[in-house]
Design a protein around this ligand. Structure first.
Ligand SMILES: [Mg+2]
Length: 265
């Protein structure tokens, strides 16, 4: 984290396990968002590595849950994947290993799903995975195409196999295969996207999340302040990751862990 003088301007919330679980908001979350909206010094964003759906679908989902937001408040690893592909000069033909919604989103941003002409393989969280998709993607790995991913999580909350498990699968296909880029938390494409989108410096961000190796490592990698929230789960081992503060429940951000009360803004 930057020096103590840095004023926090943006609160980034992870979603699953942080603001809700199994489609149900934790107590205090709507009140917390309202309180931030009333605070002129603070902006906020909802940040997810989940790439099964795009930003518009996340916006609609959060609205349905009862949260106050605009589309601009949502950031997913889909947008970060676009920035990464552009930054690495890959595409526009890419094999998009993901859901139909994911493919549609990427195509709306100028990429083209292709097997024959693919310049790279992009691995996302594909809940519509089939043996045919695995076969095509495997053949592209064997051909030596660059392999990149929307995010690294092996398991999604709910014990669902996620993109990170597929990365291991494809590494097994051809010895020496390396993953050339990962877009989501805890990697740098996402922080560059957030700085552009919200007009802040990384040191002005407070990252609120429940996962050590994505949320908290993301904050640590890029000099953000971090609030780790447990929400009733026992504290996992932290290893070399040091959250700025650990908060038992998200509702405590309304008072004890409110950024002004911590002297952060
Ligand atoms: Mg989470």
């Amino acid at each position: 984290m930057g020096n103590d003088e840095t004023r926090s301007k943006l609160i980034l919330f992870d979603l699953d396990g942080t603001l809700y679980l199994e489609g149900k908001l934790f107590p205090g979350v709507p009140e917390l968002i309202s309180k931030i909206r009333e605070c002129p010094k603070l902006d906020y964003g909802f940040l997810t590595n989940n790439s099964t759906i795009g930003p518009v679908q996340y916006y609609e989902k959060l609205k349905r849950l009862g949260l106050e937001l605009e589309l601009r408040n949502v950031v997913t690893s889909c947008e970060a994947s676009c920035l990464m592909l552009h930054g690495m000069g890959l595409g526009p033909e890419v094999y998009l290993l993901g859901t139909k919604v994911f493919r549609d989103y990427m195509e709306s941003q100028g990429f083209k799903h292709s097997y024959e002409d693919a310049k790279a393989l992009l691995i996302a969280f594909d809940t519509e995975l089939t043996y045919q998709k695995l076969t095509e993607a495997t053949r592209l790995v064997l051909k030596g195409l660059p392999v990149v991913a929307s995010h690294p999580d092996p398991i999604c909350p709910g014990d669902l196999p996620d993109a990170g498990m597929l990365l291991e699968y494809f590494k097994a296909a051809k010895p020496g295969t390396i993953i050339q880029g990962i877009a989501g938390k805890p990697h740098h494409w996402l922080v560059e996207l957030i700085e552009q989108k919200f007009g802040v410096d990384r040191r002005e961000i407070i990252m609120v999340g429940d996962r050590v190796n994505t949320d908290m490592r993301f904050a640590q990698n890029f000099d953000m302040r971090s609030l780790m929230v447990l929400n009733g789960v026992p504290q996992p081992p932290l290893g070399d990751v040091k959250p700025t503060r650990i908060m038992p429940r998200i509702a405590q951000m309304l008072d004890e862990f409110w950024p002004e009360n911590l002297g952060w803004c």
